[in-house]
Ligand binder design. Structure first.
Ligand SMILES: C[S@@+](CC[C@H](N)C(=O)[O-])C[C@H]1O[C@@H](n2cnc3c(N)ncnc32)[C@H](O)[C@@H]1O
Length: 263
């Protein structure tokens, strides 16, 4: 006797071999982004960096090539295989860890944690908070977190809702985004129609947090927001910005909460 199959959550199924075709066209140039991140947050050589939800190592590999000690964490074996393969080909050393970001924690190990290209907000509020708790614990005192997210302002004011189609090298990509104010989650459905008529699609479902919510969640986790930017290059943030990039730091010393409240 067999019961109904257990349905796996979307974030365990969409990051497979279809992902580069379905979401790759929206990716920025990772080499440029790494330069931008290092200009925004200059790091001493040999810094320890955690790339949480590292995917196929788009940022982890260029960071390691610049002499940093990088740990790429991801749940998808598929993505990690692509990452390992590329790092090996380029002769770059990265530590790849297959683990769920809801459990990965390495106390006081990192100078910087990166969460890039909307790799945060996939779970329930409680689990998303757990991810931030793990990040805070894994950072050294004074360490930084850079969260690169969809712009909450756009989501909340429904500016992002709509349908778009673009020609991509492997066919025609249709993207539809809907924000549900009841759940505060955005669903982005991407469908690619290849020239031979074959159709593939995936749906992304992510909680959109406001600036205030993020500030509070980060504070509870033990981090303080330093800035919100509109892009990785540090453009000022507003409701029209393409991205919401949060720069938070883990405070030094025990009395940081009191210090922050006096700011
Ligand atoms: C939108 S992709 C971004 C990947 C990468 N940061 C980039 O910019 O190319 C999100 C990544 O998060 C990973 N991911 C999803 N759920 C995860 C989880 N529970 N724990 C760890 N990684 C997860 C996916 O496998 C995927 O590689």
């Amino acid at each position: 006797m067999s019961g109904s199959p257990v349905q796996r959550p979307w974030f365990e199924t969409i990051f497979d071999e279809r992902y580069p075709e379905l979401f790759g066209p929206l990716e920025g140039d990772a080499e440029t982004e790494v330069e931008e991140i290092l200009a925004l947050l200059p790091l001493p050589p040999g810094s320890a960096i955690e790339d949480l939800g590292c995917g196929r190592g788009r940022h982890a590999i260029p960071m390691a090539r610049r002499g940093h000690k990088v740990t790429g964490v991801d749940i998808s074996e598929n993505m990690l295989r692509l990452a390992r393969c590329r790092a090996e080909k380029e002769g770059v050393q990265v530590e790849w860890v297959r683990e769920d970001m809801r459990t990965f924690c390495r106390p006081r190990a990192f100078n910087l944690c990166l969460s890039l290209f909307t790799s945060f907000g996939y779970f329930s509020d409680e689990e998303n908070r757990k991810v931030l708790d793990n990040v805070a614990k894994s950072l050294k005192e004074g360490g930084a977190l850079l969260l690169d997210l969809r712009n909450a302002g756009k989501g909340l004011s429904r500016l992002e809702d709509g349908d778009k189609t673009m020609e991509v090298p492997t066919g025609n990509l249709r993207m539809s985004v809907r924000f549900d104010p009841r759940t505060m989650r955005a669903r982005a459905e991407h469908t690619l129609v290849r020239p031979d008529g074959i159709r593939i699609s995936s749906t992304f479902d992510v909680r959109i947090y406001s600036m205030e919510e993020l500030r509070e969640m980060l504070l509870k986790a033990g981090m303080r927001v330093k800035d919100f930017y509109g892009s990785l290059s540090g453009d000022p943030f507003d409701d029209e910005s393409s991205r919401m990039v949060v720069h938070a730091v883990k405070a030094k010393g025990r009395s940081w909460r009191a210090t922050w409240q006096k700011d």
